[in-house]
Write a protein that binds this ligand. Structure first.
Ligand code: SF4
Length: 306
């Protein structure tokens, strides 16, 4: 039985070859992707905080994760950015913890694996299951149950919110969480923090820069942080069930054909595909990657994507 996670499905939606390189060959780029790695380190901090640990422990968890990633950097120019990125990360973690209220936790860190059902016959796929990890389900004061997701973004909040209606992560996780936990989850409580583009001023020390960023996240907290409830009703979940079934059928069909499609339209997305060298088998491409132990980063502690 093969495991499909949301990340794997969304990677394939972008490019099937990229999915193959990441999930089948388990290649991971050696080059740091600051944006993703800050997101994953921020996520580690929120997990620590959700487990009931303190702000200082959450900051330590974030910095430990970023240092882990940085240990792989070979380029001295990139390595020089680490102290600055660490300060930015620390300020974001503290701002989130001070801004977001604690609701009653109902489920903390629950790994799930649920069948994927044919909506016509009601039978489960014999090849694929949907799996993942639910970080947190909370009960809000009005009695609603919500998955909690933490996001970092480079967009402003209005641009970021444009995705909510079609956000497939919310849809897949709501569907899976209802099935796995038997709780009438209403959707996701999304906690988003805007990443700063503010850089240190000439002659400013890192401590001065940290103080200035902290003041900015406090004074402009409505512009930089938000907590939104994103609902998924039964009609939307039914559509997601059908899409999930189409996903497994497409995979089976292409596997039978023996084809791994490439999507050149996705090569330049988000600063460029990190698998370009492997995809094109450029000279010495093997040196640019390492092979991960785990197929699914989100189900292991090895690395996490944002
Ligand atoms: S370089 Fe383009 S075609 Fe190749 S894996 Fe990346 S997105 Fe796909």
């Amino acid at each position: 039985m093969e495991t499909l996670t949301y990340s794997r499905i969304s990677t394939r939606a972008r490019c099937a070859m990229r999915e193959h390189l990441h999930y089948e060959l388990r290649l991971r780029p050696r080059q740091i992707q600051w944006s993703l790695d800050i997101g994953s380190s921020f996520h580690a901090a929120m997990e620590t905080w959700n487990q009931g640990q303190s702000e200082e422990e959450a900051v330590a968890a974030a910095l430990a994760r970023l240092n882990e990633v940085a240990a792989r950097i070979k380029d001295p120019v990139e390595l020089e950015k680490l102290p600055l990125r660490s300060v930015q990360l620390e300020v974001m973690v503290r701002a989130a913890i001070r801004r977001f209220p604690k609701y009653e936790p109902v489920v903390v860190e629950h790994e799930f694996s649920v069948p994927i059902i044919n909506p016509r016959t009601g039978r489960a796929s014999r090849t694929f299951r949907l799996a993942g990890k639910i970080d947190l389900v909370v009960k809000t004061p009005d009695g609603g149950y919500w998955l909690t997701e933490y996001k970092t973004t480079s967009q402003n909040l209005e641009q970021f919110r444009m995705r909510y209606g079609l956000d497939s992560q919310v849809s897949y996780y709501t569907l899976a969480a209802r099935e796995a936990l038997g709780i009438p989850i209403e959707g996701s409580l999304i906690r988003v923090i805007v990443k700063t583009r503010t850089e240190p001023r000439r002659g400013e020390t890192l401590d001065e820069y940290r103080d200035r960023l902290e003041a900015m996240y406090t004074q402009e907290s409505d512009r930089l942080l938000a907590e939104d409830l994103v609902v998924r009703d039964e009609a939307q979940l039914e559509l997601t069930r059908r899409e999930l079934w189409a996903e497994v059928q497409t995979r089976l069909f292409e596997k039978r054909l023996g084809v791994i499609r490439r999507n050149p339209q996705a090569c330049s997305d988000f600063g460029g595909c990190p698998f370009r060298a492997a995809c094109l088998q450029l000279e010495n491409w093997q040196d640019m990657y390492y092979v991960a132990k785990a197929q699914h980063d989100e189900l292991s502690m090895e690395t996490q994507t944002a």
